[in-house]
Design a protein around this ligand. Structure first.
Ligand code: NAD
Ligand code: DAU
Length: 356
């Protein structure tokens, strides 16, 4: 079986992707991850006896290390999930985002190019560099605007989005300039098991279980297009197998939801699964100061991947949210471990100044 070098595979989407890839025997996996605060090796604990899965701790920006790993594992593809991924953190400390998302991706591309140039022409043709990106590069939509298409002009508004946009441009340039066989996916908001609880859905679930306020930025009417993480992983695999090199593919959930509605749905499910005798979880909802530069609406037109590759999201939002909440309820050890002092410090830093 061929090997794929996955970067950032100890994070939310990367870990779900690796578990699926090994479970379905898609390929052998070498996982390169720096193990930042957002990672969790517990996510991959079930692979500890899997001889076709290898973990290496390291930085995608370390050219020497990545070059060594490419020589050692001789992968047929690289899938780049590694990134700083949280918008609020990018507002408070943008530097880390430039370091990993821009410079790190650049070094990863350099190492890939040097490796790819030395492959036989048969292996060169098979090789793929798949870059996992976001819909946030397209900026913000008004309520009546059409959804983002692959041709939509880039207009990133947060340091996170700007850093991902820059990385997408480098990936594009490496295809056009050097012929590196690249693919880029731009996906909407993911949710599901194993997401670090700084993002809206897991933060709401865990705060609610602790009877803590459920912070809603601004008026709660910002819209995101939610996709279950496994649907995203299946789409990435399909693009890897059948995507046209040099192209980009939008991936979305066809599921636009206002933030307040998402939080109310979570509360309703918790009312059913872990009812409180004296109150509904929705009474914890608290409107707080808005995120600076908060994009109003994201919506993805995923007709290209649907038409060309036959992909459609399979999970519906109600059942996906229910499964996600059940996962957090059933994995209290995982939850305990991610609630480190550093996590508590983050909550303080991000939310204490937000009280309206
Ligand atoms: P995450 O923050 O949960 O995980 C990121 C992983 O990358 C972590 O394991 C971290 O340790 C690792 N990492 C960070 N810097 C690294 C470096 N320099 N070298 C090696 N590893 C490093 O992120 P996620 O939500 O799983 O997102 C994965 C990718 O998908 C990101 O590129 C993100 O931009 C993109 N994306 C995320 C979403 C979403 O809703 N979460 C949607 C669309 C696209
Ligand atoms: O669109 C794809 C992007 O989705 C990914 O590229 C990012 O990596 C991922 O983090 C996510 O970005 P968002 O900023 O949309 O996700 P987040 O969960 O942080 O916020 C979702 C919405 O909820 C957003 O409008 C802000 C709002 N929000 C978020 C938090 C954490 C709140 O109202 N309260 C909160 O406490």
């Amino acid at each position: 079986m061929p090997t794929v070098l996955v970067t950032g595979g100890a994070g939310f989407i990367g870990a779900n992707f690796i578990l699926l890839a090994r479970n379905k025997q898609w390929f052998n996996v070498a996982n390169l991850d720096k193990l930042t605060y957002a990672s969790n090796l517990e996510n991959l604990a079930q692979l500890q006896n899997d001889l076709n899965y290898h973990f290496v701790r390291g930085d995608i920006g370390n050219l020497e290390l990545v070059s060594y790993l490419l020589e050692q594992y001789q992968p047929n593809a690289i899938i780049n999930f590694a990134a700083e991924s949280h918008v609020d953190r990018s507002i408070l400390s943008p530097q880390d985002f430039i370091q990993t998302n821009v410079l790190g991706t650049f070094q990863l591309l350099e190492a890939s190019r040097f490796y790819w140039e030395k492959l036989s022409s048969q292996r060169q043709q098979k090789f793929r560099f798949l870059h996992v990106s976001t819909d946030e590069v397209y900026g913000s939509l008004n309520s009546k605007d059409p959804a983002f298409r692959e041709e939509t002009a880039y207009a990133p508004n947060s340091p996170y989005a700007a850093s991902k946009a820059a990385s997408d441009h480098f990936v594009r340039a490496y295809y056009h300039t050097y012929g590196l066989p690249t693919l880029t996916t731009n996906c909407s908001n993911n949710y599901g098991p194993r997401q670090f609880p700084e993002k809206l859905i897991p933060l709401t679930i865990l705060n609610a279980l602790d009877d803590k306020p459920l912070p809603i930025y601004g008026d709660g009417q910002n819209i995101r297009d939610w996709l279950y993480v496994i649907d995203h992983c299946e789409a990435i695999y399909l693009v890897l197998q059948q995507g046209k090199i040099g192209e980009t593919y939008n991936i979305g959930g066809l599921n636009e939801q206002a933030n307040l509605d998402v939080v109310e749905k979570i509360c309703a499910i918790l009312d059913e699964l872990v009812p409180k005798s004296d109150f509904s979880y929705s009474s914890l909802i608290t409107f707080v100061k808005d995120r600076p530069g908060h994009d109003r609406r994201y919506a993805i037109d995923c007709s290209k991947i649907s038409r060309d590759l036959g992909w459609q999201p399979q999970e519906n939002f109600d059942s996906g949210l229910f499964k996600t909440i059940q996962w957090y309820l059933n994995n209290s050890d995982w939850v305990k471990k991610v609630r480190s002092q550093a996590y508590e410090n983050w909550l303080k830093q991000n939310y204490e100044t937000r009280n309206n």
